[in-house]
Design a binder for this molecule. Structure first.
Ligand code: MRU
Length: 432
């Protein structure tokens, strides 16, 4: 990559696209190779900079022919990513053109977009099903819609599911809906992630004591981010300069409102100047590793490679220094549920004496459940396995089994990275 230098952009929101049609919209992705001599000012955040070599994704809406060869439009920007829904106006000294883009920089500063938030009476969230190609923001005004967004994985990852549910309870209160009924609907959305139940119970208690719904839900989401930052601080002490770290699924900002659980130590280690490398297993069948974790690491500039799930053992033998995953539920004996494919990584790590860490907030611990075998494992539609990109790959007539999570016994866990410190499986009782 070339040296980096700042470019200022003049961007203001000009209009909303009111449909999802892709007519006249062109997706371009790539690296900045050359800077334009044009210098622009980005009004809403004057300190924003973009650099040569950073990744950009831009959707153009009807590129005027006279702009087709203008390099400037090919360098907007790390930090300025597309949404089909938001149109920004780029004003340049010579001419004006409308492109569709928006700023996102998960986990880097307080002004950046989060995975889930509340705005203008709606729960807003990044539609994670559209990433990495398209950054789509959706908004919901009822708890029923929020429950559906959790079920259909518009938002996913245990802490983000929890935050979405907290906002769902907030909407139920604002809409004067029966709170017990709303709590049931939200808890019913997915069965495995403990954060969902924790968040709904937390909000039910807050609302019962008369808390303002929006303030309470915002506080819940912020609490989650603060916990993630703490996990990053504790977890990064385990990572040495030039370590190779393996992770599975997405336990980054998208999964946790911001920052991440398993990805938090990686972010912090990288921010501290440690030259690390991350193996990202693709995570069949929903590909959260390839589509979400890789997207986040790319945006942060953290060196990484996507590997097929089945290649994990191969790379562990070659030199992985530690594995860090998230968790959906950790029970009293230290067994935990996480994305399908976690268990075999843990077994291989033990075989090769590679430390295996699980990063999760206290809200993921379910101390009322004694044993991993008692965790309810979600079964998802078989089409997630038999079809790829909407096309059936499996022979018609074959069935598929699709457990969304597996259970890893405590004996494979080196430690749990939490916001209160790093605990051995035998130390979980300290949380009570
Ligand atoms: O089915 P998903 O995508 O919600 O599963 C997510 C995971 O398994 C994550 O690893 C887990 O929720 C931890 S996220 C911080």
């Amino acid at each position: 990559m070339d040296c980096a230098f700042p470019v200022r952009l003049d961007i203001s929101v000009s209009e909303r696209l009111d449909d999802d049609r892709h007519d006249n919209i062109f997706l371009r992705t790539g690296f900045v190779t050359r800077m334009s001599p044009l210098e622009l000012e980005y009004k809403s955040n004057p300190s924003s900079v973009i650099s040569i070599g950073q990744v950009y994704i831009v959707i153009y809406k009807t590129i005027p022919s006279y702009l087709k060869n203008v390099t400037f439009f090919e360098m907007i920007s790390s930090g300025y990513v597309i949404s089909r829904r938001t149109t920004l106006l780029i004003t340049m000294p010579a001419y004006t053109c409308t492109i569709i883009c928006m700023k996102i920089g998960l986990g880097t500063n307080g002004k950046d977009m989060r995975a889930v938030w509340f705005e203008n009476g709606e729960v807003k969230m990044i539609d994670q099903r559209e990433l990495p190609h398209d950054l789509v923001i959706v908004g919901f005004g009822t708890h029923d819609e929020v429950a559906l967004s959790i079920r259909n994985m518009t938002t996913r990852g245990a802490p983000s599911i929890g935050a979405a549910a907290a906002y769902g309870m907030c909407l139920a209160a604002l809409n004067k809906h029966d709170l017990k009924d709303a709590a049931e609907t939200l808890k019913d959305a997915r069965p495995t992630a403990n954060d969902l139940f924790y968040a709904v119970d937390h909000m039910s208690a807050e609302l019962k004591r008369g808390a303002d719904p929006v303030t309470a839900a915002n506080a819940y989401a912020q609490m989650m981010v603060d916990k993630c930052i703490k996990m990053g601080e504790y977890g990064s002490t385990l990572i040495k300069d030039r370590d190779n770290v393996m992770t599975h699924c997405n336990a980054g900002a998208l999964a946790t409102v911001d920052h991440g659980t398993a990805i938090a130590p990686i972010r912090k280690a990288w921010a501290d100047g440690k030259k690390i490398f991350v193996y990202v297993s693709e995570t069949r069948p929903r590909l959260q590793g390839m589509q979400l974790t890789a997207w986040e690491l790319l945006r942060e500039g953290i060196p990484h490679a996507i590997i097929a799930d089945g290649a994990s053992g191969h790379f562990m033998r070659k030199g992985v220094n530690m594995v860090i995953t998230g968790a959906d539920r950790i029970v009293a004996n230290g067994d935990f549920a996480n994305k399908i494919g976690t268990y075999e990584k843990a077994v291989i790590a033990k075989e090769l004496n590679i430390p295996f860490y699980v990063a999760a907030p206290v809200s993921t611990f379910d101390l009322n459940t004694k044993h991993g075998d008692d965790i309810h494992i979600e079964e998802r539609p078989e089409e997630e396995v038999t079809m790829i990109g909407g096309v059936r790959i499996a022979p018609v007539g074959s069935v598929a089994l699709n457990p969304s999570f597996d259970v890893t016994p405590a004996k494979y866990v080196t430690g749990f990275i939490t916001e209160i410190g790093i605990l051995k499986p035998t130390e979980i009782h300290k949380m009570r």
